[in-house]
Write a protein that binds this ligand. Structure first.
Ligand SMILES: C[S@@+](CC[C@H](N)C(=O)[O-])C[C@H]1O[C@@H](n2cnc3c(N)ncnc32)[C@H](O)[C@@H]1O
Length: 308
């Protein structure tokens, strides 16, 4: 662990040192490179694509794409379409040549462009090998993407946005021929669910009203539900992209009733199913939840609570 931290500190310093030597700017939106060129070793590229489960349906964007290796590998080995942006025109020329050599020019494009001014809305996967500060500057834009968009970063985290998956690997040739260790961080952009939700279910033939209050920090969710005059805490609350699930037990008509909800968060609400299990009631029902609208408030206004 100590070796890992030390290597990372050295790498951070190496990157920052290179940035100073090259006279590059470490600032969001700057028209000069925000990060020096250091290629991701091929074995790490392949692991990043494996962790993100990149496939033929994907459109991958590499931010600061260097010689294009991530985009080209995604197209050649996994059938994905891809797009790379880099400020350095030499890197773009190399990428176009590499795509032609790999026979994937019909599925990939490269443009000389500032990554901060790149439209990411069509991406299903975004890859990065940048710097911690640059990741943080990008974070608000990434959190605005379609829920379910997958993000993979080589070596650098997103500070308090904890990854959904993490891997570490020894690499024979990390910096040129020198060995090192690589970290791979993986996130799934979460839907925004914080606020109040309501729905009704017909339980034992009678309509029952539910009011859910959800708190959210990135993909971490918690909350309480009010039903039949009682409030209970959610158990096993999970959010993965637009997929939400949670459970709780509450006394209904004098008997404990276990509820297990799962559904998909959409613009107009949540839709899914609930499994009910109690001594008198058992089975599956359709579940449709809508945002609660309080007097003087629009449904959109309940969307405000979002981590940083
Ligand atoms: C560490 S390299 C990573 C290259 C490639 N993604 C890889 O993993 O092999 C970072 C790349 O980002 C490019 N870059 C730095 N700042 C940029 C910016 N603001 N916009 C676009 N590209 C940038 C650099 O020119 C460099 O090629």
């Amino acid at each position: 662990m100590f070796r890992f931290r030390l290597l990372h500190r050295c790498w951070g310093r190496a990157m920052l040192g290179a940035a100073m030597v090259l006279g590059v700017t470490i600032a969001a939106g700057a028209a000069e490179p925000t990060v020096p060129y250091v290629p991701t070793p091929q074995e790490v590229v392949e692991r990043m694509l494996e962790i993100a489960k990149v496939g033929p349906q994907d459109y991958l964007i590499d931010l600061g794409s260097g010689d294009g290796r991530i985009v080209v590998t995604a197209a050649k080995q996994r059938g994905a379409r891809g797009f790379g942006v880099d400020l350095n025109p030499v890197r773009i020329e190399e990428s176009i040549e590499n795509a032609a050599k790999a026979g994937v020019s019909d599925r990939v494009t490269f443009q000389q462009r500032n990554l901060f001014e790149t439209d990411l809305s069509d991406a299903t996967v975004i890859t990065m090998y940048l710097l911690p500060r640059v990741n943080l500057d990008l974070r608000p834009k990434l959190l605005e993407l379609k829920p379910g968009t997958r993000l993979v970063s080589h070596d650098f985290s997103m500070d308090d946005w904890k990854p959904d998956a993490f891997a570490e690997m020894d690499v024979k040739e990390k910096y040129g021929t020198a060995p090192g260790s690589s970290s791979i961080y993986f996130w799934i952009v979460p839907a925004r669910v914080s606020g109040s939700w309501q729905w009704q279910l017909a339980v034992g033939g009678k309509p029952l009203a539910y009011e859910l209050a959800l708190q959210q920090k990135y993909q971490m969710i918690s909350g309480t539900v009010r039903v039949g005059g009682r409030s209970v805490k959610l158990e096993d609350a999970r959010l993965r992209g637009d997929q939400i699930s949670f459970s709780f037990s509450v006394v209904v008509n004098g008997n404990p009733l276990k509820h297990e909800f799962s559904g998909r968060v959409m613009d107009k609400g949540i839709e899914g199913t609930v499994n009910l299990a109690g001594s008198r009631t058992r089975g599956q029902l359709e579940w449709k939840a809508a945002r609660s609208v309080k007097a003087g408030q629009s449904a959109g206004a309940t969307l405000v609570a979002w981590a940083r």
